[in-house]
Design a protein around this ligand. Sequence first.
Ligand code: NAD
Length: 452
Amino acid sequence: MSTFTVVNPATEQPVTDVPLATVAETDAAVERAHEAFPAWRALPPGERAAVLRRFAAAVDAHVEELAELEVRNAGHTWGNATWEAGNVRDCLNYYSAAPERMFGRQIPVPGGIDVTFHEPLGVVGIIVPWNFPMPILGWGMAPALAAGNTVVVKPAELTPLTAIRIGELGREAGLPEGVLTILPGAGTVVGERFVTHPLVRKVAFTGSTAVGKRIMAGCAEQVKRCTLELGGKSANVVFADADLAAAAAAAPYAVFDNAGQDCCARSRILVERSVHDEFLSLLQKAVDGMAVLDPSDRASEMGPLISAKQRSVVQSYVEQADVAFTGPAPSGPGYWVPPTVTLSSSPDDPIWREEVFGPVATVMAFDDEADAVARANDTEYGLSGSIFTADVGRALRVARGIEAGNLSVNSHSAVRYWTPFGGFKQSGLGRELGPDAPNAFTEEKNVFIAHG
Ligand code: NAD
């Protein structure tokens, strides 16, 4: 049996060894999930809701333990990690209301009536990346279970620990055997088997666009449902009429949160030319003031990158770029990269076009509203973005003009579990979260009943 050594990114010290599931173990888990499906879907909706509420309460009782695990496993700051564990609890609570609200429709048709049902799919496979191990698990698991599916989860190789613990909490809270199985393993082994196994009826994948394309191609073989939440290169558009101090204070959190390892990172900052220099000096002050500290320090706002490999990828982008300034970072062990702001003059710069996935923002000037929208849209991605302006009409025009799934106005984030989340263009396919998410784990069936 092969294992993976989990390493603490802030100390570079091993934390623990985690066994990696084989194809045979994956098949056995999928079969157990398939066997568990009929009873789970048949549970009266109120009882399924009660189990999910107990699961949420169990997560709530272990928020600190889960957060500590994530600080050690992923280098997330204490503040982020406690928020993330709380987000799993909140998602479970939110979707625990869904089993009793899986409404169908009644459609008038000649000669009778037509009623529709949302039928669960069966076994759902959820593939999670390393950057947000807990929330992304919760965003797939909670609505899929609520809709009556059984779930197999593959956490990322680098960050399996919180998922394993959440799986245990689910069992302790009363999820029946086989309803939720956490399967740490390699993407090319466990993840690919979710795609090829005929009993897995949907794959909810979050990760890179390159792997997402493979998943979609693989799912096509069986016309298997898939949701893809992929990469991003989002724009933060700052107009001259904005509250520049507020925009500059928010910008670091929009891109350096989770050390920039965030699919929604607003890593392209577009600033109206007339305020470009003023904004940059305000941004420099904000970046200088960031608390880049050991992630277990309660005051830390930014921790290290996940791995030495990720740090060298990020550094190779910075080496080719025009660096305007950098913020603080600890010396000594840990995969640290300081928050870094670079300048881009050409939209062909790799740092302007490619997802760096580290604490690196690049700034470019624009001339007017049309230019801002064109530059924001000049990317294959379309996940998120922000607009800072005092003009409500412009905010709406630009928000409607930017081809991205999640936009915020005068705020650095648009991600909330009660609103839909997902990408345009190569940032993905389908939506998670929001009130409709459980339906994405069902098939809609219509039944015609003749009047006779
Ligand atoms: P990745 O694509 O390398 O891996 C993601 C997951 O897929 C991991 O669990 C991995 O083991 C698995 N995997 C790898 N190869 C596979 C294969 N052939 N078949 C099945 N599964 C396979 O991505 P990553 O480096 O872990 O995560 C970073 C990427 O995720 C970034 O591009 C980021 O933007 C994206 N992301 C997107 C969202 C979103 O909601 N849109 C959220 C977080 C991260």
